[in-house]
Design a binder for this molecule. Structure first.
Ligand SMILES: [Zn+2]
Length: 385
């Protein structure tokens, strides 16, 4: 991938570009920093820039044979080492399995989402309670590969993902490689936790901190990947603590849950079940301000969806199944006026939440007001404030 595709990593990109352009690129780079901030994608981008046939001053071309193979993880001179769970191959003298046995599973995941995190990979491996790790056979295998002549590239690049997962024996084997690096070979280690690496490994690498990602790039990423509305994407970005992957997980995990919660809330409002509404307000008041806003932004979006469903019933099929039934029924009992009034009430609640009003009071008043809108034959609900 190119540097440009990794928005939010402009600073470390500058550092690497300067090192390469002045001939000071280290043969051993350690990328550290919090989880979910694109270290593996960044390592891949370095490999691509180093080997691109037709780079600009600041990025790879993305289309030459090297770039194409590197971003598909099929370049013969760019090697990946991933934590795996290792089973001794039964009745075999070949020792432990290595990344080569798993890379075909990893490729589509990385290509689909280069912000992939270790927990995604562990899930994919379905290794349950087994510990993933990088064994010594992996490093032996690597040494053998590096002793061969480069197939086609200027640089051989080795990317060791989650290097802290190296077993001691593997780390010691790698140390020797770091002490006597083969020519035109660049090792890139990534870790969320540099303190878990041997001090001798750390001291032989040049460390580059990959920082948390700013709000705006995360927001943009969410809008592009999930087509989230701008405000909602921003709410999630604020909750994600600088991790793009965490932001994605919030969207993936919460979209179903939020949808259920919204439906439940609307039913309770419709039926006027005050005790349960009060309990719901209490639950929501325990959440962070960011979540409260996110919940309300999501509700606004659902009301817009309902409006859509009224005007264009054929668009209902675009929604997930559990939403479809709800939208059909909900749009039957809702007039456009009522939808607009409820949207205004929610907007107002967002305003109060943003200004640190008592969340329990805000959600309670909002629910009662929405209930009045449902019951009213006239348009204006009575305000409870
Ligand atoms: Zn290229």
């Amino acid at each position: 991938m190119s540097f440009q595709q990794l928005s939010g990593l402009e600073k470390p990109t500058e550092v690497v570009l300067r090192a390469i352009s002045t001939g000071h690129m280290t043969h051993a780079l350690l990328l550290s920093g919090p989880a979910g901030n694109g270290k593996i994608g960044f390592a891949n981008a370095i490999a691509e820039f180093l080997n691109c046939t037709n780079p600009t001053d600041s990025d790879s071309c993305g289309v030459c044979a090297h770039c194409t193979k590197i971003r598909k993880l099929i370049h013969p001179d760019v090697h990946f080492i991933l934590p795996i769970y290792s089973i001794k191959q039964e009745g075999s003298s070949q020792g432990q399995k290595t990344t080569g046995d798993f890379i075909a599973q990893f490729r589509p995941r990385f290509i689909d989402n280069n912000w992939i995190e270790l927990e995604d990979w562990v899930q994919q491996l379905d290794s349950e309670n087994k510990q993933v790790m990088i064994g010594v056979d992996e490093i032996r295998d690597l040494k053998r590969k590096l002793s061969l002549r480069a197939f086609e590239a200027k640089y051989k690049v080795v990317i060791i993902w989650h290097a802290e997962k190296m077993r001691t024996e593997a780390a010691n084997a790698l140390l020797k490689l770091l002490e006597e690096p083969p020519a035109n070979t660049i090792l890139i280690l990534t870790t969320d936790d540099p303190s878990a690496l041997l001090a001798t490994i750390r001291s032989r690498c040049q460390q580059l901190l990959i920082p948390r990602i700013d709000i705006e790039p995360i927001q943009t990423e969410l809008m592009q990947r999930y087509h989230l509305p701008e405000d909602q994407a921003r709410q999630v970005a604020l909750m994600a603590e600088g991790s793009v992957r965490k932001a994605q997980q919030i969207v993936e995990r919460d979209s179903g849950q939020l949808s259920d919660k919204f439906q439940e809330w609307m039913r309770l409002c419709f039926d006027g079940r005050y005790d349960e509404l009060s309990r719901l307000a209490e639950d929501l008041s325990k959440e962070s301000r960011e979540f409260q806003k996110y919940f309300l932004e999501n509700a606004l979006q659902k009301l817009k969806d309902t409006l859509h469903a009224q005007y264009l019933p054929e668009t209902i099929s675009l929604f997930i199944e559990s939403d479809q039934k709800f939208l059909k029924n909900f749009s039957k009992v809702m007039s456009i006026e009522k939808l607009n009034t409820i949207s205004e009430l929610i907007d107002e609640a967002i305003y109060h939440i943003t200004r640190n009003a008592n969340a329990f009071m805000v959600f309670t008043a909002l629910s009662l007001n929405i209930n009045k809108v449902f019951k009213s034959k006239t348009l204006e609900p009575q305000k409870i404030n």
